[in-house]
Design a binder for this molecule. Structure first.
Ligand SMILES: Cc1cc2nc3c(=O)[nH]c(=O)nc-3n(C[C@H](O)[C@H](O)[C@H](O)COP(=O)(O)OP(=O)(O)OC[C@H]3O[C@@H](n4cnc5c(N)ncnc54)[C@H](O)[C@@H]3O)c2cc1C
Length: 428
C-alpha cells in the first residue's frame, strides 16, 4: 500500500502549528471568558481575523457581530499591498483555509503574485533617468526561499475576499458606521458584551489618543511589464527595495509581483513611502508629486509602466502610531487596532501582519480569559522594534545607511532585516 502525502497539506499543517505556537507562547488565562459575546466596530483585516478566530470558540459561536460601512472596492490602491507570508498564515488559519484558498479569493487566475527573495539597492537620479547601485539580496539569498516571503494583492480585494470566506462563519455583519459606544453596544447578541474598536478612530469607545508626532506619505500603483517581465535590477520572483536619499531622509521604494482581478494586465506594483515629522511644515502636495515622479521614474527604469493611474494610483498621508507604550483599553472594551498598531505604516510591509497576529492573539486572549492588550503588545514587540530601527536607518542615519548599502546590501541589511526573516516569510 502506498501513502500519498499532499505537500500542500503538509505545509498548511506546519503553518497552522506555527500559529498555535504563537498562541501558546503569548496567551494563557483562566480558560473562562468574562464576556458572552463581542461587538466589533470596523471590518478591516484585524477586525475580520479577530471575529473569525473568536467565533471558533463555542462560547462565542453565533455571538460575534461586526459593525462597519460596507467595504467599497475599487481598483485604486488604498492601504497596504505587500502581504507578508506570515500574515497569510495567520489569516488563512483564522478562516480555516490555506494560502491557495485565500489567493483563489483575492488574486487573478494565473501564477501566484509571490516573492521568495528580497533585494535592495540605492537608486540615484541621473538627469531624467535613474541608475542603481549594486543590488544585493537581504532575504532569500541567490536562489530564494522555499517559503513565500511576500504576496502582492490589492487591499480592498483582500478585505473583500476575507469577508466572503467569513460569510460561512457564525459572524453577524451590520453595515452601519458606528458613532458611539452605546450604539455599538445595541448590536450585542448577549448580556455581557466585549466592545471592540478596530476602526481608524482611536477615541470611538472613549479611549485616549494623542496627536500623531509623525506622518507617512505614500504613493503606489499597479504596474505592467513587458512579456518577458521587468528588467534589472528587478528580477522574477523577487521583491526589490530601491532606496532614494533625498533631503536627508530615505524614500523607501518597494516593487514586487502583484495580482488583482480588476487590473489583470498588472503583474507588479510599486510604492514609495516617506516618514515625516508632523510639525516639520512639510508641503504634502509637493512631497506627493515628487514621490509620484520617483515611483514612475523607477518603474520606467525597470521596464514597467503604470496601469491606468487615473483609476489606480493611491496617494496618502497617514498618521504613524507610537512605538512605545500605549494607553490600555477601558474596562469592557478592547482597542484592538491601537493594540496591534506600532510605528510607521506603509514603509515596512508590517501593517497587515500586525493586524493578522493581533486579531488571532486578541481573540484567543478574550476567549481564554487573558488580557488581550498584554497578549497583543507582547507578541508584536519585535515588529514594533524592527519598524523603529528601519525609521532610525531611513530618517536619522540616512547618510550612513546609504554608504553601507552601496558597499554591501547583505551587510547593511543584516540586522534587523535579514535576521528578521521569520517575521516575514510563511512558516512553510
Ligand atoms: C498607502 C499604504 C500602504 C501600506 N502598505 C502596507 C504594506 O505594503 N504591507 C502591509 O502589511 N501594510 C501596509 N500598510 C498598512 C495596512 O494597510 C494596514 O495596517 C492594514 O490594512 C490593516 O488594516 P486594519 O485591519 O487595521 O484596518 P483598516 O483597513 O484601517 O480598517 C479600518 C476599518 O474601520 C472602518 N471604520 C472606520 N470608522 C468606522 C466607524 N466609525 N464605524 C465602523 N467602522 C469604521 C473602516 O471602514 C475600515 O474598514 C499600508 C498602509 C497604507 C495607507
Amino acid at each position: 500500500m502506498s501513502v500519498v502525502v499532499d505537500e500542500a497539506d503538509v505545509r498548511t499543517r506546519s503553518r497552522n502549528e506555527n500559529v498555535d505556537h504563537y498562541i501558546k507562547r503569548y496567551v494563557s488565562g483562566s480558560g473562562h471568558s468574562a464576556y458572552d459575546c463581542a461587538v466589533i466596530a470596523g471590518n478591516g483585516i484585524g477586525a475580520q481575523v479577530f471575529a473569525a478566530q473568536l467565533a471558533k470558540h463555542p462560547r462565542f459561536e453565533g455571538r460575534v457581530t461586526m459593525v462597519a460601512p460596507p467595504n467599497n472596492e475599487s481598483r485604486r490602491l488604498i492601504n497596504g499591498v505587500s502581504l507578508r507570508g506570515l500574515a497569510a498564515d495567520f489569516i488563512a488559519s483564522a478562516l480555516g483555509t490555506d494560502h491557495a484558498g485565500l489567493l483563489a479569493q483575492i488574486a487573478a487566475p494565473g501564477p501566484a503574485p509571490v516573492a521568495h527573495r528580497q533585494t535592495a539597492a540605492m537608486a540615484v537620479p541621473d538627469g531624467h533617468h535613474w541608475r542603481f547601485t549594486r543590488t544585493g539580496a537581504w532575504q532569500g539569498g541567490r536562489r530564494g526561499r522555499a517559503e513565500p516571503i511576500v504576496y502582492g494583492i490589492r487591499n480592498t480585494r483582500l478585505v473583500g475576499g476575507i469577508s466572503e470566506l467569513l460569510a460561512n462563519r457564525a459572524v453577524t455583519v451590520i453595515n452601519e458606521k458606528v458613532a458611539s459606544r452605546a450604539q455599538l453596544r445595541s448590536f450585542a447578541l448577549g448580556r455581557n458584551p466585549l466592545l471592540v474598536n478596530a476602526t481608524t478612530q482611536p477615541t470611538l469607545l472613549g479611549g485616549e489618543s494623542a496627536p500623531p508626532r509623525r506622518m507617512v506619505l505614500a504613493v503606489q500603483v499597479p504596474l505592467i511589464t513587458t512579456a518577458s517581465g521587468p528588467s534589472a535590477p528587478a528580477q522574477h520572483d523577487t521583491a526589490i527595495a530601491p532606496l532614494i536619499r533625498r533631503d536627508g531622509t530615505i524614500d523607501v521604494g518597494y516593487y514586487t509581483p502583484f495580482s488583482d482581478p480588476e487590473s489583470p494586465r498588472s503583474t507588479w506594483y510599486g510604492i514609495i513611502a516617506r516618514v515625516v515629522n508632523s510639525d516639520s511644515g512639510f508641503d504634502k502636495q509637493r512631497e506627493l508629486d515628487t514621490m509620484t515622479d520617483e515611483l514612475y521614474g523607477l518603474a520606467a527604469a525597470m521596464g514597467m509602466t503604470p496601469d491606468d493611474p487615473e483609476e489606480t494610483l493611491g496617494r496618502c498621508c497617514v498618521p504613524a502610531a507610537p512605538w512605545e507604550k500605549t494607553a490600555p483599553s477601558q474596562p469592557g472594551t478592547l482597542d484592538l487596532k491601537r493594540m496591534y498598531s506600532g510605528g510607521a505604516p506603509c514603509f515596512y510591509a508590517d501593517g497587515m501582519v500586525s493586524a493578522a497576529i493581533g486579531g488571532v492573539l486578541g481573540a484567543e486572549a478574550v476567549a481564554r480569559g487573558d488580557d488581550p492588550d498584554r497578549a497583543i503588545r507582547r507578541a508584536l514587540r519585535r515588529w514594533r522594534r524592527h519598524n523603529f530601527l528601519w525609521w532610525i536607518e531611513t530618517n536619522h542615519i540616512a547618510t550612513v545607511a546609504d554608504y553601507l548599502l552601496r558597499i554591501s546590501v547583505p551587510i547593511a541589511m543584516a540586522y534587523p532585516h535579514s535576521a528578521g526573516i521569520r517575521m516575514w516569510r510563511s512558516a512553510a
